[in-house]
Design a protein around this ligand. Structure first.
Ligand code: PHE
Length: 336
């Protein structure tokens, strides 16, 4: 029997020598000193021990228990004081590490702002595919096969019939095919042009197309809507002008300019000394376009407009290089 006690004591010595944490010390308590622990079991055994041996057995268990409890308490104190020393090394007055939270890209923010303004003016939002057919990108928009206006668009062709859309105007056709007038929609999306990349142009950018078709739509409503948009977006003291222009799918057509953000209209390099910067193209929907979507040109009139989101944002925030939007330089992105 005594051998057994010695063995338990040896095992305990080994266990306690390996203790290094509060959890370890707790494991020791459970193993040796808890209600189902080794010591408790030995006391239970006392009942089965023949009378003449009971005294000696009891004495041995008591000794073993005292031995274990003693060393256990000492070790526990040691571990506790070590861990409180360690936690006192933590300086609670130090400022916490700052967590950097991501934010929406400035172009996403700009698009959201544009959408909100047009929604408040009664426009719904539609989208169309980026891979388009020649039919939607050109033909139904009144660009005949041999029309020189097709040269205005430097196009990424996928095949003879398919291409990456060069503007969002094809979505006008798709919306009109699916909806009877009145139609009042904006159509944001990515477009592609096979252009050399420089400070002013990029091979892909985003546009927002607008379309309103109804019985009595006129050019002054178009101007009113665009001026209202521009003032909400850039501020009430905005100066603007409309210039005659040409698009195959609108007649008459115009472009809208606002005062150059850099020189405030005095003339500089960015505005090529004119004091003005173009923000969008627009016009009354050409009656030929209505024929492609089975709208009666005798009954309906419409206006359309298209603006580049990057350009709109450049002018608002005074950025002079379009490429900066696509570099994802965190120092730029964090400013918004
Ligand atoms: N799609 C034209 C462009 O990309 C813009 C435009 C849209 C002009 C609608 C008139 C009407 O330049």
């Amino acid at each position: 029997m005594q051998e057994n006690f010695n063995q338990i004591q040896k095992e305990f010595d080994k266990d306690i020598s390996q203790v290094s944490s509060l959890n370890d010390i707790e494991q020791i308590r459970i193993k040796y000193l808890s209600r189902n622990g080794i010591i408790s079991n030995l006391f239970d055994k006392l009942r089965e021990i023949p009378k003449e041996n009971k005294r000696e057995f009891g004495k041995s268990v008591n000794e073993l228990r005292d031995y274990i409890t003693n060393i256990y308490e000492i070790k526990k104190k040691e571990i506790l004081s070590k861990s409180s020393q360690e936690s006192s090394k933590i300086d609670l007055t130090l400022p916490a590490n700052q967590i950097k939270i991501g934010s929406k890209h400035i172009l996403t923010q700009t698009l959201e702002e544009i959408k909100e303004i047009f929604k408040s003016l009664g426009f719904s939002v539609f989208e169309g595919p980026e891979l388009e057919s020649d039919y939607y990108n050109f033909e139904a928009l009144n660009f005949p096969d041999d029309h020189p206006a097709r040269d205005m668009q430097d196009t990424f062709f996928i095949s003879k019939k398919f291409l990456l859309r060069t503007h969002t105007s094809p979505v006008q056709i798709r919306v009109m095919e699916k909806n009877k007038p009145p139609v009042r929609a904006i159509m944001p999306g990515r477009v592609y042009r096979n252009e050399a990349i420089n400070a002013r142009s990029y091979c892909t950018f985003q546009q927002v197309e607008g379309l309103y078709v109804d019985k009595d739509v006129n050019f002054s409503e178009l101007k009113g809507t665009l001026v209202s948009f521009a003032k909400q977006f850039y501020g009430n003291d905005l100066k603007y002008r409309f210039r005659p222009s040409f698009f195959p799918f609108t007649e008459p057509s115009a472009e809208m300019d606002i005062t150059c953000f850099l020189c405030k209209g005095k003339g500089c390099k960015v505005c090529k000394n004119s004091g003005w910067l173009e923000i969008l193209g627009c016009g009354m929907v050409d009656p030929n376009v209505f024929k492609y979507v089975n709208y009666d040109p005798e009954e309906y009139l419409g206006y359309a407009f298209g603006m580049g989101i990057e350009r709109i944002a450049l002018l608002k925030y005074g950025i002079n290089d379009i490429r900066i939007f696509f570099e994802n330089d965190i120092r730029f992105l964090r400013q918004f």
